[in-house]
Design a protein around this ligand. Structure first.
Ligand code: ATP
Length: 358
């Protein structure tokens, strides 16, 4: 188990600054996710931690050891990438043994550790199998065993599940998390997939243009996004422009004038106290909007349904309200409302109307 600290890390490719003064502390044993739009620098950051790149400036520490200039094979990191590149001419055990053979470990030790790694990923007894005789999910487990066999100090994963079908992806999510937790591994995981990040991460960083925009546990990032980009990246939402009207008698809540009428909401951070007249953006999650009465909420939004999509466990609606089209999502629907000209009314709790800086 190792903690990882990144200090003022900057990387340029030619004139292009790809990482810009990154500061980040990852605790020992933490499963940490790097998330963000394509090209934001996730893989480049992970590759610095692995040792494939040297930064222009800044430092990487494993516990108190400065590893910034340490070569890949001396960092003790296990890696699992999108194209997991198993060798088809070698069997499962030979694929897993590779990292140990490179390190010239004695044969009996290699055999014992390969067996141990296969057991960790629940492939015991399959060492003699050819790679082509395995399912996609099993191949993924071999790649994971190959990363684990060197008993890494941390596990680095770059979109490890993106080649798998949806069902296997979900199965492997809990498997990777189990392994990290059971063996006390610090894990750093790069993905585009917000569900993967929300369901697996202890904490996550959302990156944009070579910067960390927000770092926090999944629920914190989802409920209190730092910017509109984060709000949209981490889940579906509705953005409404507004202007702060007044402070309310309920501490921490503000009335905001919008094209949908006055909505009561709260700032995304306790450190920010919006001022009267300030322009803001409101983020309203589709699942927080409800056709039912919400006790104690002054927020009522009239409109009519223009689209209904029934998806079994949920129904998605589009509601035309003023000049806006709001996405609404209802779990376990008893009644399915159909598009109509008749006026409906949505409600939303003030705590779910999240004010973001414009
Ligand atoms: P994706 O989600 O698409 O994989 P990412 O967030 O992982 O993206 P990176 O692969 O880290 O992004 O790339 C960040 C930026 O750095 C991109 O603009 C990319 O084109 C550039 N880049 C990455 N590697 C190199 C390189 N070896 N030489 C020059 N530019 C590079």
């Amino acid at each position: 188990m190792v903690s990882i600290s990144i200090r003022q890390l900057t990387k340029k490719f030619g004139r292009n600054t790809v990482l810009s003064g990154i500061n980040l502390d990852i605790a020992a044993g933490e499963l940490f996710f790097l998330l963000g739009p394509s090209g934001c620098g996730k893989t480049t950051l992970l590759r610095h931690i692995a040792g494939f790149y040297t930064p222009n400036s800044g430092q990487i520490l494993f516990d108190d050891e400065d590893v910034t200039s340490l070569p890949v094979h001396r960092r003790g990191t296990g890696m699992m990438f999108q194209s997991y590149a198993l060798w088809p001419h070698l069997n499962v055990a030979q694929n897993v043994a590779f990292g140990l053979e490179e390190r010239n470990r004695p044969r009996p030790e290699i055999e014992a550790r390969v067996a141990e790694a296969l057991e960790q990923v629940k492939l015991e007894g399959l060492g003699d199998r050819r790679i082509q005789q395995l399912s996609g999910g099993q191949q993924q487990r071999v790649a994971l065993a190959r990363a684990l066999v060197i008993r890494p100090r941390c596990l680095l994963l770059d979109e490890p599940l993106s080649n798998l079908d949806a069902k296997l992806r979900i199965e492997m999510r809990s498997e990777i998390r189990r392994i990290c937790k059971e063996f006390g591994l610090t894990g750093i995981y790069v993905t585009h997939d917000r569900d993967e990040a929300l369901s697996m991460a202890d904490r996550m960083a959302i990156m944009e243009g070579g910067h960390l925009v927000q770092v926090g546990p999944p629920a914190e990032v989802y409920r209190n996004p730092a910017t509109p980009m984060v709000a949209e990246f981490i889940g579906e939402t509705n953005f409404i422009d507004g202007r702060v009207l007044r402070d309310t008698s309920r501490v921490g809540f503000f009335d905001v004038e919008t094209s949908l009428g006055t909505l009561r909401g709260r700032p995304n951070s306790e450190d920010w106290r919006p001022v009267v007249g300030q322009q803001v953006i409101l983020s309203l999650r589709p699942e927080a909007l409800s056709f039912e009465q919400i006790f104690d909420s002054p927020n009522r939004i009239p409109g009519h349904i223009v689209n209904t999509s029934y998806l079994g466990s949920i129904v998605q609606y589009e509601l035309a309200a003023g000049t806006e089209n709001l996405k609404v999502c209802q779990m376990n629907p008893a009644i399915i409302r159909q598009p109509s000209d008749q006026e409906d009314r949505l409600m939303i709790a003030p705590a779910d109307v999240v004010m973001l800086r414009k």
